[in-house]
Design a protein around this ligand. Structure first.
Ligand code: BG6
Ligand code: MG
Length: 215
């Protein structure tokens, strides 16, 4: 009774966290403080502006709204320079195959990402056509854990939320899926993503049969 699968992008289809991290670290260095890999974990699934606020908080730095706009734009320039170099080789193991297996089984597929750079990344990976609907950071006004991004995906696919499964690596993303009345498969650590209905280490470790027996 699964009719649609909705996929987060960063951390599920591709590992962009490393590029986000490099760009934030460079921004922090310019402001005179170090940004650690540990703190980078807090940025997963979080919008660009909220990420900046977390980074500034880590450095104990305060900025005006206008300065924040400018800093976020600078970070994004560095980030886009890096993602423009991405190739299909960077698609995470099993991701393309799993999304394709959904399509082959007649299950609709959608992307549900907070990133405003989603289209650039999908184009670089050459997988735009894997998705029947693409909802990215440009189409939503409420960030995860609000379910808006996934509800819009379900709506564009014309599938009721209870027949949708969301694949997410971020706590906020799993919460968003559950808040939207959907099933959630966590990608990562079961101790962290404990609200998910099931947790696997990657899309190479999940089968359509497993989805059918989700609670
Ligand atoms: C999410 C990432 O997918 O997108 C976050 O997990 C990121 O780390 C967010 O901040 C927004 O991305 P972008 O590309 O719009 O700056
Ligand atoms: Mg993610």
């Amino acid at each position: 009774n699964i009719k649609a699968c909705i996929f987060d992008l960063d951390g599920v289809i591709v590992d962009t966290a490393v590029y986000h991290y490099k760009a934030w670290k460079r921004l922090a260095a310019g402001l005179g403080f170090d940004f650690s890999e540990h703190d980078n974990e807090r940025l997963k699934g979080v919008s660009r502006m909220r990420s900046l606020e977390i980074v500034l908080e880590c450095g104990g730095v305060t900025k005006t709204d206008a300065e924040k706009e400018q800093l976020a734009a600078q970070k994004n320039t560095w980030y886009t320079e890096m993602i423009n170099q991405m190739t299909p080789a960077e698609i995470l193991p099993g991701a393309q195959e799993f999304v394709q297996s959904c399509r082959d089984a007649g299950i609709k597929t959608a992307l549900g990402s907070a990133s405003k750079n989603s289209m650039t990344i999908l184009n670089k990976l050459n997988i735009v056509n894997l998705f029947d609907a693409i909802i990215d950071g440009n189409k939503v006004s409420k960030a995860k854990p609000d379910p808006e991004v996934f509800l819009k995906g379900a709506e564009e696919l014309s599938i009721e939320p209870q027949f949708c499964v969301v694949f997410e690596d971020a706590i906020a993303g799993v919460e968003a899926a559950k808040a939207g009345g959907m099933k959630a498969v966590g990608i990562g650590d079961a101790n962290i993503l404990h609200e998910a209905d099931m947790v696997v280490s990657g899309l190479d470790k999940v089968t359509l049969e497993q989805l059918e027996i989700l609670p």
